[in-house]
Each structure stands twice: as structure tokens, then as C-alpha cells.
Ligand binder design. Structure first.
Ligand SMILES: Nc1ncnc2c1ncn2[C@@H]1O[C@H](COP(=O)(O)OP(=O)(O)OP(=O)(O)O)[C@@H](O)[C@H]1O
Ligand SMILES: [Mg+2]
Length: 259
């Protein structure tokens, strides 16, 4: 059965896209059929997976004006696992979504009941083609993130152990609870310490506090490895034995049972 996993945090720059990249490539490498959906108009994940589109059709696909075949693209890269990886790419035209949702309000209501359910509806039409669907989201509590949470089985929340990040997390958890109660009772979440610098005493304290409030997974350290992975478009599992990034992610995916 296909599992839908969203990477979310309304705070910017916490490592969401990094995590979506490492997760989707890891799952594809393990032999799973994976679909990546990039809901962020910055389109960083699409680009890193070798897919550049001038104009995304995600808004039109969501409201039912174009078919899934028109938005799904093959990923591109030199390894075999890319054959298991498809992408619904983003572009700055994602910004049209809000406008289109208003213009097609009555159709949306007829099809999905509420706009929050649109992505879930579209995924039901294509889920049987994939083992995993991985969704990257923009850093705000907008339509994209809400739709993704309604459509998902699990949400992974990369979090930095800093005051502002932890405040932002409370806002996200409130939204999560509302969606769980109203639209998606089966939704699960994991909080993942991101870009950890455990040599800093303050950060260690914050991490301990975070672990008192929530069940947290093993973290991913702040590493040069990880920046190289994006720059070279080379997932960490392809790095050498000594790579700390490889070790951190391998431990993380094991702890989450994502194989
Ligand atoms: N573990 C890590 N170690 C070092 N650098 C990292 C790590 N994770 C992410 N980065 C770097 O931090 C920056 C932000 O990461 P990323 O783009 O994944 O965050 P994001 O949450 O998706 O940001 P946005 O909210 O803008 O979408 C990038 O330059 C990325 O390469
Ligand atoms: Mg991002």
C-alpha cells in the first residue's frame, strides 16, 4: 500500500528540502516506486532531482483541469535508482494556486467538498502506481501545507533546536491537531532534530527540552557532507563509509522503518 509522507515546518531553512531529497532518493534506491511532489514555488527539490519546468501545472492539476500524466515527469540523474523516481515539479507559478482556488470555488466544492481535500482526491487517482509519495512543502501555514497534511499518512518535521524554531513548532502542532481531528485521524508525526550542533551547550539544552515535550527521532548533524550532497546532486547514501551524513540518515530511516 502506498504511503504518503509530507516534510513540513512553517519555519524556513530548517532542512525540509534536504530531508525530502535524502528520503526520496533513499526509498527509490531501495527499489520502491517513488513520486516526489514539490509544493514549494522555490522549486529547489525539483531542480536537485533534475527537473526544471518553466511553468508548473500543479494548480491546474489540483482543480482537475489537467491530468496526472501531464504533471508527472521522470527524474534525471546518472544512477539506476532515478528510474524509480518520478517528480511533480514546482515553479514560481505555484503562486497562481490561491487565485485559481478562488476562481474555481464552486467546482472545487462539487469535486472535493473543501479545497483542503483536493490533493488527497488527486492522489487517490494515482496512488496505486507508487509505493511512496514524498511531499516537500513551503515554509508557511498555507493551502499547500494544509492540503498535504490532509493527504498524508505521516508528517516528518525537521526542527532546529533554537528558541524561535521551537515557538514555530507549537503553531504547526496546533494545525496538525486540528487536521487530525477534522480531516485525517490517522495522521502521524515525527519530530527530527535538524542541523544539530551538539557542541553548543545551549543547543543541547534545547534538544533536551524538545525531547521532554515530544518524542524525537535521532537527529541529523550540521555537516559539510550535506551541503556537498545538494551541490553535487549526490544523495548521502552514495558517499563513502566515513560520511557522517550517510551514518546519520541511515540511522534515521532505520528508526522510522523507512526502507
Ligand atoms: N544537516 C545539514 N548540514 C548542513 N547543512 C544543511 C543540512 N541540512 C540542510 N542544510 C543546508 O541548509 C540550507 C537550508 O536547507 P533546506 O533548503 O533543506 O531547508 P528548507 O527548510 O527546505 O528551506 P525553505 O524553508 O526555504 O524551503 C541549505 O543550504 C541546505 O543545503
Ligand atoms: Mg525547502
Amino acid at each position: 500500500m502506498c504511503k504518503v509522507i509530507t516534510i513540513a515546518n512553517n519555519k524556513g531553512g530548517v532542512g525540509k528540502t534536504m530531508q525530502a531529497y535524502q528520503l526520496s532518493t533513499h526509498l527509490a534506491h531501495q527499489g520502491n516506486k517513488v513520486l516526489v511532489i514539490d509544493l514549494d514555488s522555490q522549486a529547489n527539490l525539483s531542480t536537485t532531482l533534475g527537473v526544471d519546468v518553466r511553468r508548473t501545472l500543479i494548480p491546474e492539476w489540483l482543480i482537475g483541469d489537467v491530468e496526472a500524466e501531464d504533471v508527472i515527469c521522470p527524474s534525471e540523474g546518472e544512477h539506476d535508482f532515478y528510474q524509480n523516481l518520478s517528480v511533480i515539479p514546482s515553479s514560481r507559478h505555484m503562486a497562481n494556486l490561491a487565485k485559481l482556488l478562488i476562481l474555481s470555488e464552486s467546482e472545487v466544492r462539487k469535486n472535493a467538498g473543501r479545497k483542503e481535500r483536493l490533493l488527497k482526491l488527486r492522489l487517490q487517482e494515482i496512488k496505486d502506481q507508487f509505493d511512496y509519495i514524498v511531499i516537500d512543502t513551503p515554509p508557511m501555514l498555507g493551502d499547500e501545507l494544509i492540503m498535504a497534511l490532509v493527504a498524508s499518512d505521516r508528517v516528518l518535521i525537521p526542527t532546529q533546536a533554537q528558541d524561535y524554531s521551537i515557538d514555530g513548532l507549537e503553531e504547526l502542532m496546533d494545525t496538525f491537531e486540528i487536521i487530525k481531528e477534522s480531516e485525517n485521524p490517522g495522521l502521524e508525526f515525527n519530530i527530527i532534530p535538524s542541523m544539530v550542533n551538539a557542541r553548543r551547550k545551549l543547543e543541547r539544552q534545547r534538544l533536551e527540552e524538545l525531547a521532554q515535550s515530544f518524542k524525537v527521532t535521532p537527529g541529523v548533524r550540521n555537516l559539510v557532507d550535506m551541503q556537498e550532497s545538494i551541490a553535487l546532486r549526490k544523495p548521502v547514501f552514495l558517499m563513502g563509509k566515513k560520511s557522517k551524513g550517510k551514518a546519520d540518515y541511515s540511522q534515521l530511516w532505520d528508526s522510522l522503518g523507512l526502507r
